[in-house]
Design a protein around this ligand. Structure first.
Ligand SMILES: [Mg+2]
Ligand SMILES: [Zn+2]
Length: 418
């Protein structure tokens, strides 16, 4: 083996170890093998190649051999067998440390990045409020040299810190490598959470519009995904927690049809009761169930189980004015509610309606003292993983009152209650 290749192999093992700490045992094993005068081409299974050369025996390989893992080191590829082995081995190691894996999307999940050019005049004001403090771990609004303004989601730093105690974490974005690294720096300035685990658009097979777990070094029974876009994870929907989109900037979508953005209203999602804080509670619960119950070590089953307890005991009747009925019906069922088409006072607990007074079922609900809720009540339970107070936050209002409230929101910058 050439000296250059040996040097690279040492470098690679050092890199691998920094992103996959148990890699060392494999390293030692290989060193043993190479000491015992390995006959390269006959016995080497070529588990990994660098720029098309087998790292262990130096044989020239096909450019497309195995699977590319450029996010670990540019030019690194593993054989399919090696990928399976690493996935298995990494999960074993993590489970022994009571850790699962968490795959995090960036845009609209952990942060919102917008081109400066597309901000409204009101939003341009906040740009000047950008913090210039030295310690970036306290800042949540950044202006980048490439003309982007980035707002981190409230609670994200605490979220990452707490989640890192239960999970090995990955970033998975459809953005470019440069973008992933830039955002990685903002979220994790000391490199404590992600290391090189930043998967981006360039890591996907050419033309792929979906994200897959192929490149995550772990078994799928231990991987939870957080993403605001459901569609890209079509093949892994059981691992997915859909996150409510974080839209901080308006991005030029102003007009009477679009509600004002957080930045225009000079407000933000709640830090103490926002999406990430609530999700953390659910993640903790799932993590606990996984390690306290060896009989069910599969997050895909546990996710479904925990979710189906959120609206357990509720029986929902949908009034005919609910748009997109199918979607709400399915969501309610995922949350453990029963859905019915019978207005039966012995079983129905909630009537779901968009407008009060528009139909008999609303009057029936009032008469029978049943909960009368807006469909957003289902969405809120879905995104917050928790049953929300009924009348308080999700009153069903007549169209006229809703219009007045929207006007009030415009005038006084108060947040409407639906
Ligand atoms: Mg996204
Ligand atoms: Zn080889």
């Amino acid at each position: 083996m050439s000296a250059a290749l040996k040097t690279f192999r040492d470098f690679l093992y050092a890199t691998m170890e920094s992103c996959s700490p148990h890699y060392k045992d494999h390293h030692d094993h290989l060193l043993q093998l190479s000491k015992s005068s390995l006959q390269p081409t006959e016995t080497c299974t070529h588990p990994k190649t660098f720029k098309a050369i087998c790292v262990d025996c130096g044989q020239r390989m096909d450019d497309e051999y195995g699977v590319a893992f450029d996010y670990i080191t540019e030019g690194l590829r593993f054989s399919n067998d090696e990928v399976s082995r690493l996935k298995r081995r990494n999960s074993e190691y993590l489970f022994s440390k009571e850790k699962l894996q968490l795959v995090l999307d960036l845009d609209h999940t952990l942060l919102h990045a917008a081109k400066l050019k597309r901000l409204t005049a009101e939003e341009m004001c906040i740009k000047n409020e950008e913090d210039s403090s030295e310690d970036i771990s306290n800042i949540s609004l950044f202006q980048l040299e490439n003309g982007y303004l980035v707002k981190l989601r409230p609670y994200v730093r605490k979220f990452l810190q707490e989640a890192s105690e239960m999970f090995e974490m990955y970033v998975y974005t459809m953005g470019s490598r440069t973008y992933a690294k830039q955002m990685g720096k903002l979220l994790d300035p000391e490199g404590k959470y992600f290391n090189s685990r930043l998967i981006c658009r360039q890591d996907l097979e050419r033309g792929m519009l979906r994200k897959t777990l192929n490149l995550v070094l772990g078994q799928e029974n231990g991987i939870i995904i957080l993403d605001d876009t459901e569609l890209v994870w079509k093949n892994h929907s059981k691992n997915l927690i859909v996150v409510e989109k974080y839209n901080y900037f308006n991005e030029g979508k102003s007009g009477s049809m679009n509600p004002k953005s957080y930045s225009e209203k000079k407000t933000d999602e709640s830090e103490t009761n926002g999406v990430l804080k609530n999700l953390l509670k659910s993640l903790r619960k799932i993590h606990g169930l996984f390690f306290n119950n060896p009989a069910c070590r599969d997050v895909r089953i546990l996710l479904g189980k925990v979710r189906s307890e959120i609206l357990k005991g509720c029986t929902l009747f949908f009034s005919s004015d609910v748009d997109d009925l199918c979607r709400f019906w399915n969501k309610a069922q995922m949350l453990g509610a029963e859905c019915t088409i019978m207005l039966d006072s012995s079983s129905v607990t909630h009537v779901v309606s968009s407008n009060v007074g528009s139909n008999n079922s609303c009057r029936w609900a009032e008469e029978k003292k049943k909960f009368l809720v807006h469909p957003q009540w289902i969405n809120a339970a879905y995104y917050y993983w928790c049953r929300q107070p009924e009348e308080e936050y999700f009153p069903v209002l007549s169209i006229e009152i809703r219009g007045l409230l929207l006007q009030a929101e415009e005038l006084f910058s108060v947040r409407a209650i639906f």
